[in-house]
Each structure stands twice: as C-alpha cells, then as structure tokens.
Design a protein around this ligand. Structure first.
Ligand SMILES: Cc1ncc(COP(=O)(O)O)c(C=O)c1O
Length: 400
C-alpha cells in the first residue's frame, strides 16, 4: 500500500519554485544571476502598516481570533468593496484567510464534487489547476494566444461551458500575462455567463491596484450585478500593499458559501495570524499613497521592459495592462540553435539556455498553460531590468 495519498499524484510541483531554486543554485555556485521570477513587489511594507502590527502585539492581540477574521477587518473589507468596487457586502458575507491562496482553496474545497469542471483561461496562475485537482474537480483550460493579448473571447467561453461546469476562475489583470479585461470585454463575458445560471464566478482581483492608465480595473459583479449572487470576489493585501509575507487574503460572496469556507478553515488552519489581521486593517483604512507610488514605479519598469524586449530578435512582447509581469512570445526563436549547440524546441529550452548562457532567470510559458512564451517579473530595480534585457538581446542575437 502506498504511503502517500493518491490525490498527490494529480498535482505538479510549482514550476516557478523550480526556476527560483535553479537560479539560487547557480548563484551559490558563483554565477552572476538576475532573477526575474519573483511574484512579489520588491518594495517594503509601508511603515504605518508595520507600526499597526507592532501596536497589535503590544496591545496583546496575540491570541486566537474569530476563525474567518476579526469584526473590524471584515467591516473594513465591506467598506473597501463599497468604495472601490461599488459592491455591497455585509460582514457575514466576508471571509479572511491566510493569503489569497487559502481563500481560493477553501472555496474550491467547499464546492467541488468529483467530475465538477472549473474553467481556467490559459495562461493561468500555476496554482489554479492544481488546487482544483486537489479538491477533486477537473480543471478545463480555455486556451488563448498573443493574437488576443492572452484574453478569452465570449465565443470561447460559451463553447467551454458544459452541464458539469461549476466555476469560471477569472483573473484580471492576470498573473502571468498582465492582461486586463476592459469593462466592455468583461461585459461581453458576463453576458455569456448570464445565459448559464449554474456557472459561478471566482474572480481573483489580486492585482486590482497594479494597473496602468488608461486601463481601468473592473470586477465581474460590478459590471453585471445579475452575477452578484453567484460570484466570489477574491482579493488580498499581498500585492496591493507589498504584504506577501503577512498572509492575508479575503473575499466577499453569498453567505452560504462564506459559511462553508469558514467550516473548512475552522478544521484546517483556523484564524489567519492575529497580528497580520491588524496590519491588514491598517492597510485598508490608512493612507493609500503607497498604491500610487508603486504604480508609477511599476509603469516605468513595464515601459522599459516592453520596449527593450521588442528590440530582441525573435521576441514579441505585448504591452500588459497591469500586474508586474510581461509575457512575451518566443515563437520567433523556436527551431534556432543556442551557443551551446542545443536546438530550441520549446519555451522550456529557451529559458534553460538563457539561464545557463546569460544568467537571466525567467519562467517558461508552458508552465502557465500557454507557450512558447516566458514570464518575466519586473518587480526589481531599473538597473537589473536594463541589464537583464541587454543579456536577453545578446542571447537572442546569438541564436543561429
Ligand atoms: C493571481 C494570484 N492570485 C493569488 C495569489 C496568492 O496571493 P497570496 O500571496 O495572498 O496568497 C497570487 C500570488 O502570486 C497570484 O498571483
């Protein structure tokens, strides 16, 4: 009898972590490596948020809290949804978890039965399909390409829906492509969903605040109020406030679903860290200057990277509307030979050779379900980005 659970065999290890480990090994061996694999802002958490956490410790807020969040934080989240998204939720419709990741996981665990299908536009954040598999469901990718800027069309959505479809996981701006759906594009998708009342929407709005004008962020239940009763609006403080390590995510949705998610959380991790909850409260209710400051820096870096990558032979880099990733196609490099003699047949070959030859770590697109592409994070300094792009240009120029 096997000791490990059969369900584990359905899950892949994270490709993003694999690349980070490989880059770390090369660095340890003395190689000059620039890592563009990170999925987190390179800025520090704003001071007033750190101070709120220290004050929470001093005030003795160091004990168990209500399983799915302290009342003050739930209230602040309701106010955030009303203020920024035009969505009305009451505290009983709010859940707080250990990162956005646990919110999504709880929702899938609370709702999926064997055979239930979950639609996931590709390229997708690596965890979605594996979380669906762990929860016993079937991930169904909807493929996109560079010709639609990695966005699905209403016709594709319509064609992917079956009687077994339970959820659409929607992520705009997207990790990994940075693609954001305009209000008109999203409305065209929600019109399709209105025809299929059995399909629920899990919208992952994690990158809501990292968007570049003229793009304006919008969320499905905001664009189509008719979807409110079957939408889970997920968000968190990780990316918006440079708080990845604090582990606070949250969601608003129908009370019955929120209660079911709390049940899962109560028998697994219980409350998210009490101190982090007070820090998240300060993030949502305090000064919001960090959001604009970081957006300006990220936009400058996006422009730098998109322009530099489009000068590389064989690379085509669309301009993303948000997040801090670019997702260029390397179709023009496929079939060419790297300086090592290796013929590049896949995007994985491309990123492996790039790392070994030039010491630039990016993640291959096939890990996110759409290639031949790679994902590069520009959440690092302008100097590192300029140097990384120079190396990528040299690498592409040397392909034969
Ligand atoms: C699209 C997306 N959703 C959710 C998460 C998870 O966020 P958290 O760190 O709050 O768990 C990430 C983190 O990389 C992400 O990129």
């Amino acid at each position: 009898m096997a000791f490990l659970a059969d369900s584990l065999a359905r899950v892949k290890p994270s490709a993003t972590i694999a690349v980070t480990n490989k880059a770390r090994e090369l660095k340890a061996a003395g190689k000059d490596v620039i890592g563009l694999g990170a999925g987190e802002p390179d800025f520090d958490t704003p001071q007033h948020i750190k101070d709120a956490a220290k004050a929470a410790i001093d005030a003795g807020q160091t004990k168990y809290t209500a399983v799915d969040g302290i009342p003050e934080l739930k209230q602040a989240i309701c106010e955030k949804f009303a203020r920024e998204n035009g969505l009305t939720y009451t505290p009983s419709q709010i859940t707080v978890s250990t990162g956005g990741k646990q919110v999504l996981y709880n929702a899938l665990m609370a709702t999926l039965n064997p055979g239930d299908e979950v639609l996931i536009p590709a390229p997708y954040w690596v965890s979605y399909p594996d979380m669906v598999l762990l929860a016993g469901g079937e991930p169904v990718a909807i493929d996109t390409g560079i010709e639609t800027n990695f966005k699905i069309t209403p016709a594709q959505l319509e064609a992917a829906i079956t009687p077994k479809t339970k959820w659409l996981i929607f992520n705009s701006p997207s990790n990994p492509s940075g693609a954001g759906y305009t209000e008109a594009e999203l409305k065209a998708l929600t019109d399709v969903l209105m025809k299929h009342p059995h399909v629920w929407v899990m919208t992952d709005d994690m990158y809501e605040h990292i968007v570049y004008p003229p793009f304006v962020f919008c969320s499905p239940a905001q664009v189509e109020p008719g979807l409110y009763d079957r939408t889970l609006t997920c968000n968190g403080v990780s990316k918006a406030y440079a708080m990845t390590g604090w582990r606070i995510g949250y969601a608003g949705g129908p009370e019955e679903l929120i209660k079911a998610m709390a049940k899962i959380q109560s028998q697994s991790t219980s409350n998210p860290c009490s101190i982090s909850q007070y820090a998240a409260l300060a993030a949502l209710t305090g000064p919001q200057d960090y959001i604009d400051e970081s957006r300006v820096a990220f936009q400058r870096r996006r422009d730098l990277v998109v322009s530099a990558l489009n000068q590389c032979e064989g690379i085509e880099c669309p301009e993303p509307e948000g997040a801090f990733y670019v997702y260029p196609s390397v179709a023009g490099c496929m079939g060419k030979t790297a300086p090592s003699g290796k013929v590049l047949e896949t995007d994985e070959d491309f990123v492996t050779e790039l790392l070994e030859t030039e010491g630039v770590a990016v993640v291959h697109g096939s890990a996110f379900g759409a290639g031949p592409c790679f994902r590069a994070s520009y959440a690092t300094s302008d100097e590192s980005l300029t140097e990384a792009c120079n190396r990528i240009r040299r690498f592409c120029g040397a392909l034969k």
